[in-house]
Write a protein that binds this ligand. Sequence first.
Ligand SMILES: Nc1ncnc2c1ncn2[C@@H]1O[C@@H]2COP(=O)(O)O[C@H]2[C@H]1O
Length: 812
Amino acid sequence: MVDKRSSPPAPTGHKVHPFLDDPQLFYKFCDLNSSSSSSSSSERSAPLVGGRLQQLMNLFSFSRNSTPSASPAPSPTPRRRPNSGEDAIVNGRPRSASSVGAESRSSRGSIHSVLEECFDTISRLSPEVLILATLAKEPCERTEEDKNMIYEELLNVRALRHLTNAVKREVAACVRLQHHPRPGQYLFHQGEKGDSWYVVLKGSVNVIIKGKGVVCTLHEGDDFGKLSLLTAGERSASIRTREPNSYFLQIESNDFRRILMSVEDSTLKITHRGREVMHLQRETVGSYTVIRGTPERMLDHLVGSEVDTSQEGSFAHDFFLTHVAFMSMADVCSGLLTRYREKKEEEKESEGEVVTTTRKKRIARAVAVWINVAKSQLVKDAVFLGLLKELQDGLEADGLTEELEVLNTSLSESIRSAILGKHTHSPVLSGSLNHILSKGRGRGGGLEEPRITLGICSVPPAQPQDMEGVRVHTEEHICCRLVVRLDTKAGAIRDEACSKLHLPKFKYQLCEVTSSGQKKVLKEDDISVMSETSVNGRLFILPRSHSQRTVSPLQDQNVKPVIPFPEDSAREIAAHLTLFDWNLFSNTQQMEVVYNVFGRHKFGKIVTNLDLLLRRFIEVKFWIVTTMCMEPDLTRRVALLKKFIKIAGYCKGHSNVNSFLAIVLALSNPAVSRMKLTWKELAPKMKRRFDSFDAITDPSRNQKVLRAYQSKLPRPVVPFMPLVMKDMAFLHEGNETMIEGLVNFEKMRLLAEKVRSLFEFRTGSLPNDVCLLANKNPELQKYIRDIRVVDNQQTLTQLSHEVEPTVRPLST
Ligand SMILES: Nc1ncnc2c1ncn2[C@@H]1O[C@@H]2COP(=O)(O)O[C@H]2[C@H]1O
């Protein structure tokens, strides 16, 4: 028996909210947020009056004042008593108090405004509250939006990873919430008839077998109780809670069987030599979607089905966007070539020609899709170029001119961006990278001036062969400068630095040391190391034997910037910020996002463009905090605060969410938000403006406000990248890549959809007035490109106290 206690519970992707430990409050909310199953139909049609409203009002005062409400919490009554669940609450729903108070009805006039305020206050508390409240609804009362919300949650539940998304959708419709308030409560006993399958949502349970005691502990994300459902036998063990307030997902046996059977019915399983090689899901009559498969069988499917080069979201598109997770570039190339050349034995002479020609056409179109997806990164790869050459020759020899043209058109588009990439010093990027690399060596590093033309992103993306200077330091602060390709791995940088400094390379490792002295050891095959470092981070080679020893950061890592904040207008500064962000976003490649999700070091490909975009957000944020904390004069500090709010407003107007949020979050940074005198002097109108911006950052409901806001903005949008990356990481962590030896293509499709929705923000071009403004002022352009910051929170807090000491109230 394996005791899972030794292994920490895997992340479920959620922070546990204190609400979960306060079931009284939670139940009240649940009860208010859904109509009770015991309610009469008239109550259901007007669910927000009477007792429910009264409770809502009580809850409002409770959540505000953190004191229990006037009316006692309704006592939780089980919907159905579990076998020996003591006072367990099934489905998490206390029965609503029968009182539909007449006095409350009279207050109906102000219901809506009160309700809006109440719900707003409650739902701001946490996304978890909302999801629990939704789960607590009776399945028959769930709206489509409820089911969608639950489905999104289920995508992150470890125990359900092996289920297809269609099954998860079914589960979302019927799953129930079960709550056990105390430790030591039994969910069921060994020997009883099994009637439900469970997943631990919060808390943990012991699995107890008669005569053996506790054989195992199950944690968040684990499941139990399936065995007896599958065998139609008795419970093989008893399950007992270990912690207060444990929450479980419960799927009743009828639902369990129905879902599994209906899924079996609509799934087509293809076997080859007795082994399952592909699962397809029937969508409509005659239309199937790949849900799982071996890489080889999926390649067969690719060349065996019609390929629409224009259609994003097609199987080919999803396949090429995500293939790195399950099939190397070399294998895809050789697989396609083999299929191009082969003439299958079963293809008879007369029909054979037609079948072969169709296959060749499809392969050509598939490769065109691949080029469109991977762009310039692909056309620089020697293996891919081999495939391309053979395909072009073959298509020409076979007289398939139309396909040859499709291929060449995609190619010329990508080569154009590849040619642009031949500049080894891409001005803005080099400026930015150089800024990363040139700490302590003065500004600029002798680079060319930025070259930005009106309305066009003329700055080429960073390419693997671009050369960059990099400084590597030792513990004793001795430094050596190297010039390396961007795709140089951490191990190779360490080797080169050691040989320059005459140190034995096997004794050293490459590390990043942050401005606060934190040390991060880099993996041998880490790539894009220069762009991955923190804003003021530096590369060090440190002895392996001293891994526990602290390293003192270089002096310049915490140096205060000397260049004053520009006097230019907020409008101009916002235009410069936006053009810079837009350039970085335009240069980011779809494949970089995919490499980053599956582990950047695995593929040997750079993710520099994505890194630069991600770190720009942090840079801008620290720039604002640094500027505020370095201004000792109160009047000027208030003027700065006002200017930053204005800049944020302009960025918002330009759909530059990345910089807009960087500014708003910077002004909420403790080092700035603590400046009471400064905020007090700010005009009320500006304060209200800031509050309206701040409301967009509301983290509740998984940043629902921000998501909705961002999706509605006019294109192009520079999105809030940290949120996008978080979503991608959740999808990756929450879903297996391989299930029973087959690639989980549903996961690939979900990831591909996320990547596409990110790049859809790039539709269109920046407004002309932004480009005009941003091209007018080279001085400001340079300043915005090379912003210098303090990125050490402790230093910033210290600076903040220096410029605005805490005012202590006089003691009486
Ligand atoms: N040794 C064990 N290790 C982990 N889980 C177990 C063990 N024995 C039983 N279980 C779980 O406990 C559940 C008891 O009910 P079931 O028999 O339906 O399904 C059982 C399994 O899910």
